[in-house]
Design a protein around this ligand. Structure first.
Ligand SMILES: Cc1cc2nc3c(=O)[nH]c(=O)nc-3n(C[C@H](O)[C@H](O)[C@H](O)COP(=O)(O)O)c2cc1C
Length: 165
């Protein structure tokens, strides 16, 4: 049985593409939150949650239905890592805020949140995904820094292999 699953929401496909890459690298199952896979959460020890950010700092649309359900789910014993797609140039004051929104919603549900990343090298001004000088998940910027995406994903996947159970 696989122990890890990726859950993503994506509007134009960027987060979906990355979710698929991460799932392949970790031999993980993958679910689109648009399909409401809430009953699948219980099946996995390790969860990777991915969202893009829309509006000004808003969660990706499909997460609007799914996140309230996840927030009511007991996540005791699970290890969770977050990633998010954003645009640090056009939306520099709300860069990958969606990561921060998911983090706040599951913080007290008994899970361990892992996969924090250095803010060095990212172009942005402010982010709800930043806490104590670190990102609380992996930000990716396909609009401005796509050349760095593969390297960032590979490094993060190696980090998760060490941090996941
Ligand atoms: C209208 C609009 C609003 C956006 N708002 C934000 C934002 O507030 N913060 C951010 O980091 N990125 C923002 N973005 C950038 C998207 O999150 C980014 O293009 C992302 O790669 C889209 O991923 P998806 O195709 O998986 O939905 C916005 C993009 C558009 C077109």
């Amino acid at each position: 049985m696989k122990t890890t699953a990726v859950f993503f929401g994506s509007t134009t496909g960027n987060t979906e593409t990355i979710a698929k890459q991460i799932a392949v690298k970790l031999n993980a199952d993958i679910y689109n939150v648009a399909d409401n896979p809430i009953d699948k959460i219980a099946d996995y020890q390790n969860l990777i949650l991915g969202t893009s950010t829309w509006g000004v700092g808003d969660l990706q649309d499909d997460w609007d239905n799914f996140l309230p359900k996840l927030a009511k789910t007991d996540l005791t014993g699970k290890t969770i890592a977050l990633f998010g797609l954003g645009d640090g140039a056009s939306y520099s004051d709300s860069f990958v805020d969606g990561i921060g929104t998911i983090y706040q919603s599951i913080l007290y549900n008994g899970c361990k949140i892992t996969g924090f990343v250095d803010t060095d090298g990212y172009g942005y001004e402010a982010s709800k995904a930043e806490m104590n000088g670190k990102f609380i998940g992996l930000p990716l910027d396909e609009d401005n820094e796509s050349i760095l995406t593969n390297e960032r994903v590979d490094k993060w996947v190696e980090q998760l292999k060490a941090e996941f159970n």
